[in-house]
Design a protein around this ligand. Structure first.
Ligand SMILES: N[C@@H](CCC(=O)N[C@@H](CS)C(=O)NCC(=O)O)C(=O)O
Length: 209
């Protein structure tokens, strides 16, 4: 069985959404991101992955895969019939990678990560200046579209739904972009997305209580 190392509401939530949308059962291991402890057994998370960052997906053969863009595509390719990623070689596969990269770098590492990790007003001035411009790019792309890539839900939507869910607690109100707000509401209403967010919201409450 696949195993996913995660921290509630962190970027690993996109991988949980992808697994649930794919109907793939997995074992989930919660990691404390600050202490680097695996909470099941008090193990050292850096022994699982020297990066010390989630997501880590343990494959059926025991190999460990990191980086959301790779993990999400791996999950999608386990169930090609569901179209969670366009097939390798299809022109839209590069669009998917383009969006996974933009979300992972510009939205996540460029803004969400420093906002929640460093919490330092001076260091956050530039990221705060840039985030509106980057979110506006996503909003403009979504005008008149249901999904980020092609005509169906893909793992790029799983990644974006996670990032947009965290924008409000990070101080950016997506309501200023109606197309984006509508998209987020649609994504959050998908049964598997809603269930995944529900599970992690509960876990988040337990770890922060
Ligand atoms: N490039 C990685 C970034 C992963 C990442 O930064 N994960 C965060 C949680 S959202 C983390 O585990 N941070 C802990 C740390 O950097 O020490 C990806 O896209 O998966």
């Amino acid at each position: 069985m696949l195993q996913l190392y995660f921290w509630p509401m962190a970027c690993s939530l996109a991988s949980r959404i992808a697994l649930m949308e794919a109907g793939i059962e997995a074992r989930y291991h919660m990691v404390h991101l600050w202490t680097k402890k695996v909470l099941d057994d008090d193990g050292d998370f850096r022994a699982v992955s020297p990066k010390g960052a989630v997501p880590v997906l343990v494959l059926e053969n025991g190999e460990r895969l990191t980086e959301s863009a790779a993990v999400l595509q791996y999950i999608a390719d386990l169930r090609p019939e569901l179209g969670l990623a366009p097939p390798p070689g299809h022109p839209d596969r590069y669009r998917l990678q383009e969006w996974l990269s933009f979300i992972g770098t510009e939205l996540h590492k460029g803004f969400l990560f420093p906002t929640f990790w460093y919490k330092d007003d001076a260091a956050l001035a530039k990221p705060r200046e840039r985030i509106g411009q980057n979110v506006a790019i996503v909003a403009a792309h979504l005008a008149g579209r249901e999904y980020l890539v092609g005509e169906r839900f893909s793992v790029a939507d799983a990644h974006l739904a996670w990032a947009l869910t965290l924008l409000r607690p990070a101080g950016v109100d997506v309501a200023q972009w109606p197309d984006l707000a509508g998209y987020l509401a649609r994504m959050q209403a998908r049964p598997q997305v809603k269930a995944a967010i529900g599970i992690e919201t509960q876990l988040w409450k337990t770890v922060t209580a």
